[in-house]
Every structure is written in C-alpha cells, then in structure tokens.
Ligand binder design. Structure first.
Ligand SMILES: *Cc1c(COP(=O)(O)O)cnc(C)c1O
Length: 219
C-alpha cells in the first residue's frame, strides 16, 4: 500500500527539517477513488481525508462516519456558494475559502447551524487566471474580514502552478500566513510534499501517491 511508504517519507522529511515527527497532518485525498482503495487506508488507521466535490463526499462520508467516529473530512476543492450549506454539514475543515461572498455565507450558515469548521484561505500564489484563490495582494484583507465574520481561520492553502518550482509559492504562502498570525499551512501534494514539509507545511494533501491514479470521474 502507498500509505506506509508515504508515512515513512513524511517522517523522514519532518526529521530532516528538525520538525517533530507526527507534527504534519496527512490529508489522504480520496476524490475519485473507489471504496475498495479507501477501506484499506481506513483499516491502517488513517482518519483525515480530503475531497474536492461536495456531491461525491456526500455519497461517501456520512455512512463511514457511523463506523469511524474520529474521522476528519476536509474540503480542498473549489466551493460554489450554493454548496456552502452542504459543505458546513459535511466537512470538518474547508481549505478553499477565497472570496468574501463565500466567507460571509459560510459564517451565516455556520452561525445558524452552530457548526464552525476550520477554515483555510486559499491563495492563488501564481496569480493564474484559471485558478481559484485570492490574489496574494488581497489575502490580508480577506483573512481579516473572515476573522471579523467569526470564521475559525486556521491558515492558508495554495496549489502552485504546474511545472514550476513550488518553493517560491510555498514561501510566499508562509509569509502571508505568518504576517497574519496564522499557524496553518496547507501545501504540498504527491509530487512535492517533502519540499512543502521543509518549507513549513502543517497539512499536506496527498492523493495519487497513496491510492494510485484516480479512476472515477466525479459525480
Ligand atoms: C487532487 C488534489 C490533491 C491531491 O493531488 P495528488 O497529486 O493526487 O496528490 C491535493 N490538493 C488539491 C487541492 C487537489 O485538488
């Protein structure tokens, strides 16, 4: 199974950068993976998972939560405002808050339902037009406003541009988080999680390196 290998590599990366073993949270990204690949990972004790699509997550996790009380399911994909209520119901953390209108909606529904998932502000560190995330120059304002709304803002998240050295992007994200007093850094995927750990990631999001190539198209 990929999980054992990834756990070993995470620990080695933690040690190599003088970080405490176990201090980095592994989010196992289960989007578009069949149940038969997820079950062995649950059996191996993994309890933190990431999903990209509200509908797919709805079809999977409510049932599994009845079997595993200590699950933590994180939304890491772009979130449409009309799915905010479902997201608040389903997820323990949302890593893709990137605009004020979404923050406002999550705050209002969270108050209504008395549920406050951990929030990460997604930053478009490469300022790519097709990519989600607040622009770096607008991140401080969004973080401040999200806090003022009462959201439980824990950190920042980024997805560096494809085929570029991710390090400048990880560093930019860290700077933004630090100057806003945020401890959480959601960065690093299958191809670059060790580099992300060296740059201070607190949450890494690893899918294909654990489960294999994604198979199912999303619902
Ligand atoms: C799919 C996805 C991942 C996992 O990607 P892998 O390359 O399979 O590890 C991580 N983060 C986000 C935001 C994703 O959409």
């Amino acid at each position: 199974m990929g999980l054992d290998e990834i756990r070993r590599r995470i620990e080695a990366a933690e040690v190599a950068s003088n970080r405490k073993p176990g201090s980095v949270t592994l989010i196992a990204v289960s989007k578009q993976q069949p149940a038969e690949r997820i079950d062995p990972v649950l059996d191996a004790g993994q309890r933190v998972f990431g999903e990209n699509y509200v509908q797919e997550a709805q079809g999977r996790w409510p049932e599994l939560r009845e079997r595993y009380a200590d699950l933590s399911v994180h939304m890491i994909g772009p979130l449409q405002s009309n799915k905010a209520r479902a997201a608040i119901e389903l997820f323990d953390a949302i890593h893709s808050v990137d605009r004020l209108s979404l923050a406002e909606r999550l705050a209002r529904i969270g108050d209504e339902m008395d549920r406050r998932p951990e929030i990460f502000i997604q930053v478009n560190t490469g300022a790519e037009p097709q990519k989600a995330g607040v622009l770096p120059s607008e991140a401080d304002t969004l973080i401040q406003k999200a806090r003022d709304l009462g959201l439980d803002v824990q950190g920042c998240m980024c997805i560096p541009p494809d085929f570029q050295n991710p390090i400048p992007h990880f560093r930019l994200l860290r700077e933004i988080a630090e100057r806003n007093g945020l401890a959480g850094l959601s960065m690093g995927m299958s191809a670059d999680f060790e580099v992300a750990i060296a740059e201070g990631a607190t949450h890494i999001r690893v899918g294909s390196a654990i489960f294999g190539a994604r198979t199912r198209s999303h619902a």
